[in-house]
Design a protein around this ligand. Sequence first.
Ligand code: FE2
Ligand code: FE2
Length: 468
Amino acid sequence: MAEPFSFFLITDTHIFARALGTQGEAFEKFDKYGSTCHKASGALFDAAAKLMLNDGECNTVLVCGDISDNGQYLSNIEASGRLKALQDGGKRLIAITATHDYTSDGRYPDRVIDSFSFDGGSVVPARGTKRSELDGFYGQFGKDGALSVHADSGSYCVQLQEGYRLLCLNDDGDGVICGYSSSCMDWIHENITEAQAAGDFIFAMTHHPVVPPSPVFPLVSKRDMLKDYEAVADTFAKWGLTLIFTGHTHVQCIRSRKTPCGRTFYDVGTGALVSYPVPVRKVEISQDTVKIKTLFPETFEMDSKIYSVSEYTKKRFDSTVYGAIDGARHDIDRLAAVLNGLSIGRKGIDKHKILVKIAGFTADKITVGAADRILLLHSGVRKIKKVKLKDLLADCFRGFYAGERFVKENSEEHRFLRALTAKGVKIAVKAKLKTSGGNPQETALAILDSIVLPPEINPNNTVIKLDT
Ligand SMILES: [Fe+2]
Ligand SMILES: [Fe+2]
């Protein structure tokens, strides 16, 4: 019987080369809002690397794509150098790349990932990376020693240790819609069959989510899901592959899907290493049991100064919600930029500028108690009535992404948020805003619950028993 296999997994490291400029007005503007810690990206990686190097139990590190910030050539030099340093420190690195690791190269005209640097008050074009150049940077981390490679997609299969194989799936598709071609699916099937014939356990990593972290994902941003995600999960489960590790959403969550063949399919999504709470997965697989823990580096060093990882990245994370609220009040373009970072288009906000302004003013100024009173919510808030509405929203938003859900079912927070959501839907219906079909209130409340309540599976520490 094979020995248990253990590994670390990190994803969405989004390393931004500081040589691209991290000072001056143009960089400050670019970096002001959003959870991504551009300036600290390398230093956060180093802190995670130190944590992994100090842990002698796991010798393998999986990296699940979006390794560089935005495909800048300099960022790829820095990112691959950091992976190499971790490898030289004694870890075996196995990495896949994703859409943020290369720039538009004419392969697909609809794809726009531009590479730029910052010089004082100006944004200046910078050398990007061609997709064909990625193997030069990252081929050494798994692909060069693969058992099998699917040439067109760049997907590959590796032997991890005796009894374990990993499918490293490149799902960058056409660079806009991400998924697998039919030839890639055939190749995946062949590799699963071969692993089974050899008596090996096989699982996979890919960048895009196969099971949505919340029903809101396919509704507002279907292109952030893997193409045909439900069919892919069902097919993989039918073939006997029921465990996949993903990134991209920057959401720390583990979710499952009961598939028609009777097996449950698990998608273990990991939050971005470049954002709060800087998660490092530690996983042990033993036969059909998968133990998942999450570790977090405590401090990092940048410019000879030591920072608390949690304090620094949390402040950055919360700038997303506060920036969106501020933008709704004073600067629609800023709101659009924040929403764009969440893959939400600006059509809706441009159409309803006055409603957006009112919502922004309300969220910025008032307390939960005042909102409850003014909007006639009657949710019965007492303990949280003095809490600022924007602070509650920031906590919920962060809680969703970081896998730190604090709202309990039927608690004051829950009752208030449900009443607020129901009121919001009522106003939207009255204002004849486009809703998602079906019963808009039911849909909105189901989405709210999926975002704020504790999920079925603990996002950080859990034990999964796989169906065989
Ligand atoms: Fe990402
Ligand atoms: Fe991504």
